[in-house]
Design a protein around this ligand. Structure first.
Ligand SMILES: O=C(O)CCC(=O)C(=O)O
Length: 304
C-alpha cells in the first residue's frame, strides 16, 4: 500500500528548487542564506544600477575598491524604479519560493532599499554598528506567523571584515523586539547570542522580519553593497508608494506576479470616485488617483 502523496504548490516549488533545508532553517533558526539567486550578469547590473542611484542622489559615484567618502553606513530608498535590473531582482525565483513560504503568494513589496557599508568604526551610526533589531513594525507580542519577510541581496561579497549581518538564532520565536541592552552588538555588554552570517555576491539572506539582526562595522577599504527587500502581507501599509506610482510601462513589461508585488491586487486607497472603489488597483484607471494638491481647498460641490 502506498501512502497518500501530499501536494501543495508552495511545497512543490520549494522541492523543485531544492530549498527544503532553507525552509527548515527559517522555521528553526529564523534566517537562511541561498547562493546564486541571481546570476553574475544580473548581479553586475544590479551593482551598477545601485552605484548610479547613489551617484545621482549623493552626488558622488561610490568606488567599490576603496572610498573614504562612503565610510560607515549609507542607505538609498525607493530604488525599484531607477533601473530594470531591480525589477528582475525582486522576482528571482528562489527568493520568491521562500517568500511565498513566509508571507504568501499575494504579498506586496514594501521597500527596496540599497545599503552600502564602507570602512568605519565608532559606537553609533552612521559609522558604528547597526544595533540588533527586528523589522516587524507591529506591537508586541508579534503574531506567531510572519507578517513581513526581509531579504538582503548581496551585490558584493559580504565577509565578516566588510561588516556582515549578525543574527540571534531563534529570536523570531520571542515575538518581541530586543531591549536596548539586548541590541548591543559590539564592545562592552555586546549580546553574546549574535552570530555572523557571510555570503557571496549573488546570494540572498532571508529572514522572517521578527528575527533580531544588525550589522557590524567594516574594517576593509572596499564597499559592501546589498539590496534590502521587504515583502509584506497585502493588508499592511507598505513603506514605499508603488501602487500609486509604478508606471504602466513597467507593469506591461513584467509578470502578473510583479503587478501583485506592486499592490495591484489590493483594494485599499479610496478617493471620492463612486464607480471603482470596489475594484483592485489592477482594474482601476490609476490616473484618476493622482493626489490633490494639498494646499488647495476642495470646492464644496466636489465633496460627496
Ligand atoms: O545592511 C545592513 O547592514 C543591515 C540590513 C538590515 O538591517 C535590514 O535589511 O533589515
Amino acid at each position: 500500500m502506498q501512502p497518500t502523496t501530499i501536494n501543495d504548490p508552495c511545497l512543490d516549488e520549494l522541492s523543485r528548487l531544492g530549498l527544503e533545508r532553507n525552509a527548515l532553517e527559517l522555521d528553526i533558526c529564523g534566517y537562511t542564506v541561498v547562493s546564486d539567486v541571481i546570476d553574475r550578469e544580473l548581479t553586475a547590473r544590479g551593482l551598477n544600477a545601485t552605484l548610479d542611484t547613489f551617484a545621482e542622489r549623493v552626488g558622488r559615484r561610490p568606488q567599490i575598491e576603496a572610498d573614504p567618502h562612503y565610510a560607515g553606513y549609507w542607505v538609498s530608498r525607493y530604488v525599484l524604479l531607477q533601473d530594470p535590473a531591480f525589477e528582475s531582482i525582486i522576482v528571482a525565483d528562489k527568493v520568491l519560493a521562500l517568500i511565498d513560504y513566509l508571507v504568501g503568494k499575494d504579498c506586496i513589496l514594501s521597500t527596496l532599499t540599497a545599503h552600502i557599508r564602507g570602512e568605519g568604526g565608532g559606537k553609533v551610526l552612521p559609522n558604528g554598528y547597526l544595533p540588533l533589531h527586528g523589522d516587524d513594525t507591529s506591537i508586541a507580542p508579534h503574531p506567531t506567523f510572519a507578517n513581513y519577510a526581509t531579504v538582503n541581496i548581496c551585490l558584493t561579497d559580504v565577509s565578516e571584515e566588510s561588516g556582515c549581518l549578525a543574527f540571534v538564532p531563534g529570536s523570531h520565536k520571542r515575538l518581541r523586539k530586543p531591549t536596548k541592552q539586548e541590541s548591543v552588538l559590539a564592545g562592552e555588554g555586546a549580546n553574546p547570542e549574535a552570530v555572523p552570517l557571510v555570503a557571496p555576491a549573488g546570494s540572498a539572506i532571508i529572514w522572517p522580519a521578527h528575527t533580531w539582526h544588525g550589522s557590524w562595522v567594516s574594517d576593509t577599504p572596499g564597499l559592501r553593497v546589498t539590496l534590502a527587500v521587504l515583502y509584506a502581507r497585502p493588508h499592511l501599509q507598505p513603506y514605499e508608494m508603488y501602487r500609486e506610482t509604478v508606471p504602466d510601462e513597467v507593469l506591461a513589461r513584467n509578470s502578473d506576479r510583479f503587478a501583485t508585488l506592486m499592490g495591484m491586487d489590493t483594494m485599499y486607497g479610496w478617493n471620492d470616485n463612486r464607480d471603482d472603489w470596489h475594484r483592485n488597483w489592477r482594474d482601476r484607471d490609476r490616473s484618476r488617483y493622482s493626489p490633490r494638491i494639498v494646499d488647495q481647498a476642495v470646492p464644496a460641490r466636489e465633496q460627496i
